[in-house]
Design a protein around this ligand. Structure first.
Ligand code: PMP
Length: 396
């Protein structure tokens, strides 16, 4: 009989020829366990998804309760489904008054595609600006907005009307004009290797968008739900977007995404033509119930309160280790930069062998990604950091 490993390589589409291929049989809290019983601390939260750890009991309970009632009933938007209603109300309660209307989808890419369509339809303009080295997703719309030509050129022609400005660059703000429908921007650039912009930048960006009637779409897919130590990344950065996009950490480990705007803006997807944007599974009731439980854990347990302290523990522990060139941190989204990808990769592989999961960034491969679950304890963090330190020292 073929092993799971052999079947994985035969029958699952590969995204690289060197997948980690860890055979995980169980996950709980910050830990994953493989088929040999070895445990790993997940220091990347499955790429900013497991913000409250794996299989949180309140999320599991919410899923169980919902499966006793109903699964899929009807395409999104037709029936009043309690998990969606409660979740949308909860999300709106956490946001500025203008961000009160939620369109549920299934992923971050879809959330961005929906938001981009909404911006074009609402403004009647076609130009979309996004940032150099931004990652927004792999569907055609989101891909068109990605700020890395080498990554996307293979799929040309992409959606017309997209171009890039430099993130945090004051000069490029003048490229936003009355032809621009929207600027799609991450409050903290994730895959670019954790890049922040100055307060002045966000103020100037907002002013220019206001002056030209351009919408700001904040891609909160990675920064949302406590990752930066604020509930949303735009609060960390200090600006107010017109639309936000959500996914990843929202579902407590279940697939769900959303874009959020004002009711007046969102109404333009309901007519001319009717059903301007639709999805079958968006806001699946089981995912929505899980997401509500997850967000309640973040708010009720005040998980964001302790992030800047814990982030500082990570930075001060790692910053003086030989070979660490720079550390960039936005709460619990942290990049530890080394000389090269080769060195970084060896450190990541060694850390995994030693029981800690880290990763690199898509557009910044010389930096180690650290993005732990928000509720990691000081003891777990200390264990993980000592393993990372040992792994760095064994390579350099
Ligand atoms: N936007 C950002 C900022 C992301 O980090 C990601 C995923 N890494 C996406 C969008 C795409 O999300 P998904 O993979 O769920 O489509």
């Amino acid at each position: 009989m073929l092993s799971q490993r052999e079947l994985f390589f035969s029958h699952l589409a590969q995204t690289s020829f060197e997948p980690l291929a860890l055979e995980i049989v169980e996950a709980s809290g910050v830990c994953l366990k493989d088929k040999n019983g070895k445990t790993y601390i997940d220091l990347i939260s499955g790429i900013s998804v497991s913000n409250i750890g794996h299989r949180h009991p309140k999320v599991v309970e919410a899923i169980r309760l919902q499966t006793d009632k109903y699964l899929h009933l009807m395409v999104y938007g037709e029936y009043i489904q309690s998990p969606q209603v409660l979740l949308a109300s909860k999300i709106a309660s956490l946001l500025p008054e203008t961000l009160s209307n939620v369109f549920f989808v299934n992923s971050g890419s879809e959330a961005n595609d929906g938001a981009l369509k909404l911006a074009r339809k609402y403004t009647g303009r076609s130009e979309i600006l996004s940032c150099v080295n931004a990652y927004h997703g792999s569907t055609f719309g989101a891909l068109s907005a990605i700020g890395c030509a080498d990554y996307k050129k293979w799929f040309a022609p992409l959606v017309p009307g997209f171009s890039n400005i430099r993130f945090g660059n004051m000069e490029d703000i003048s490229l936003i004009t009355d032809k621009t429908a929207a600027v799609l921007i991450e409050p903290v650039q994730g895959e670019a290797g954790v890049r922040t912009a100055s307060k002045e930048y966000w103020t100037a960006l907002q002013e220019q968008c206001k002056a030209t009637g351009t919408l700001i779409i904040a891609d909160e897919v990675q920064t949302g739900f406590g990752r930066t130590g604020k509930m949303f990344g735009f609060e960390f950065a200090g600006f107010t977007p017109d639309i936000i996009t959500l996914a990843k950490g929202m579902g407590g480990g279940m697939p769900i995404g959303a874009f959020v705007a004002s009711k007046e803006m969102m109404n333009c997807l309901a007519n001319n033509p009717i059903l301007s944007h639709i999805t079958t599974f968006g806001g699946h009731p089981v995912s929505a119930a899980a997401a509500l439980a997850c967000i309640n854990v973040i708010t009720e347990e005040h998980l964001t309160d302790d992030i800047s302290r814990k982030s500082e523990i990570i930075v001060s522990f790692l910053k003086d280790i030989k070979g660490v060139k720079e550390i960039r941190a936005a709460g619990f989204l942290i990049a530890v930069e080394f000389e090269s990808f080769e060195i970084n990769k060896k450190i990541i592989d060694t850390a995994i062998t030693n029981g800690v999961i880290g990763d690199w960034f898509l557009f910044c491969d010389n930096s180690l990604r650290i993005a732990p679950p928000l509720n990691i304890t000081d003891d777990e963090l200390s264990t993980a950091l000592n393993i990372i330190k040992k792994s760095i020292q064994s390579i350099l």
